[in-house]
Ligand binder design. Structure first.
Ligand SMILES: Cc1cc2nc3c(=O)[nH]c(=O)nc-3n(C[C@H](O)[C@H](O)[C@H](O)COP(=O)(O)OP(=O)(O)OC[C@H]3O[C@@H](n4cnc5c(N)ncnc54)[C@H](O)[C@@H]3O)c2cc1C
Length: 249
C-alpha cells in the first residue's frame, strides 16, 4: 500500500466500460484495478470522469468560518458554544429560501485552546466561529471582494453584543474561509456540506456509491450514500470496501 500525499488526480482513464487507472496533475498514469473517488461527487463526475452528465441536485447551506488567534480569553465559555439568535425560523428562511445573510445570527464558537492550551502561544487563545450562509447556487455573492472583511467584522460585532467583551480588540490573527474557498477546494455550490438531505436526496434516493456504467468505479464521501458528517462518511468508506470485495452488490 502506498499513500501519495499532495497529489492531484486530473482524470480517470477508461477502456471497454471499466476504469484502467488515474492520471495525476503531473501527467503520470497510475494503473488501478478499482478506482475509489472521494472528491465531492458532482465534481468527480464533471471533472474526472468521461461521462459529464449528472442529476441536478439541491445543495446544503454553506458557511463562513473565522479562524482567530487572540489575546482575549473567556473563563465562562466551553469548548463548543452555540449562540442562537431569537429569529430561529427566520434564519432558516434567510439562508435557505431567500439566499440572504443572517440578520440575527446563530453561531458556533469553538475555543480549542481552552481544552488544549498548547495549540496557542503561551497566554493566548484560538477561536473558530462558524456562521451558516447561503451556498453559491442560492446566492452567488462576491466573497473574494470586500464582503468577506465586512462580514467578518459584523460577526465580531455580534459576538461582542452576545457577551464576548473585547473580542475585536483581542484579535491578533484572523483568517476567514468563505463559500468561494470551499468552491476553490472542489466543493459543488461552494458548500462543504454537499447535497442537502432533502427526502429525495436521502437514503436510497441519494446519489449511488456505484458509477452508472463503469463497474470498477466507487464513490465515497459526503456526496454519496449515506450522507454528510464524519460518521456517515466513515460508513460510506465501509460501503465502498464492501462493494469492492463483492460483499455488497
Ligand atoms: C467547518 C465545518 C464543520 C464541520 N463540523 C462537523 C461536525 O461537527 N461533525 C461532523 O460529523 N461533520 C462536520 N463537518 C462535516 C464533515 O467534515 C464532512 O461531512 C466530511 O469531512 C466530508 O468528508 P469527505 O470525505 O466527503 O470530504 P473531505 O474530507 O473534503 O475529503 C475529500 C478529499 O479529497 C481530496 N481531493 C478532492 N479532489 C481531489 C483530486 N482531484 N485529486 C486528489 N485528491 C482530491 C481533498 O483534498 C480531500 O482531502 C464539518 C465540516 C466543516 C467544513
Amino acid at each position: 500500500m502506498q499513500f501519495r500525499y499532495g497529489t492531484t488526480v486530473t482524470r480517470v482513464e477508461t477502456a471497454h466500460g471499466r476504469a484502467t487507472g488515474v492520471v495525476t496533475a503531473d501527467g503520470e498514469f497510475v494503473p488501478a484495478d478499482v478506482v475509489v473517488l472521494n472528491p465531492d461527487l458532482p465534481v468527480a463526475y464533471q471533472e474526472l470522469l468521461p461521462e459529464r452528465r449528472q442529476r441536478r441536485l439541491t445543495y446544503s447551506p454553506s458557511c463562513v468560518v473565522l479562524h482567530v488567534g487572540s489575546t482575549q480569553g473567556y473563563g465562562k465559555i466551553a469548548h463548543h458554544n452555540i449562540h442562537f439568535g431569537r429569529s430561529w425560523k427566520g434564519t432558516f428562511d434567510e439562508v435557505i429560501r431567500r439566499g440572504e445573510l443572517m440578520t440575527d445570527p446563530s453561531l458556533l464558537v469553538t475555543n480549542p485552546s481552552r481544552t488544549d492550551p498548547s495549540v496557542a502561544p503561551a497566554g493566548k487563545h484560538t477561536y473558530y466561529v462558524l456562521a451558516p450562509v447561503p451556498n453559491l447556487d442560492r446566492a452567488p455573492f462576491d466573497w473574494p471582494g470586500d464582503l468577506t472583511d465586512r462580514y467578518a467584522q459584523q460577526l465580531v460585532g455580534t459576538l461582542e453584543e452576545r457577551g464576548y467583551v473585547g473580542f475585536g480588540d483581542g484579535v491578533e490573527v484572523l483568517r476567514a474561509v468563505t463559500p468561494a474557498d470551499w468552491a476553490a477546494q472542489g466543493m459543488a455550490a461552494g458548500t462543504p456540506f454537499a447535497a442537502a438531505h432533502t427526502f429525495l436526496q436521502t437514503g436510497p434516493f441519494r446519489p449511488s456509491n456505484l458509477h452508472r456504467t463503469l463497474g470498477n468505479v466507487v464513490f465515497v464521501g459526503s456526496g454519496t450514500q449515506p450522507g454528510v458528517g464524519v460518521p456517515m462518511v466513515l460508513i460510506s468508506g465501509k460501503l465502498a470496501a464492501a462493494r469492492i470485495t463483492g460483499e455488497h452488490r
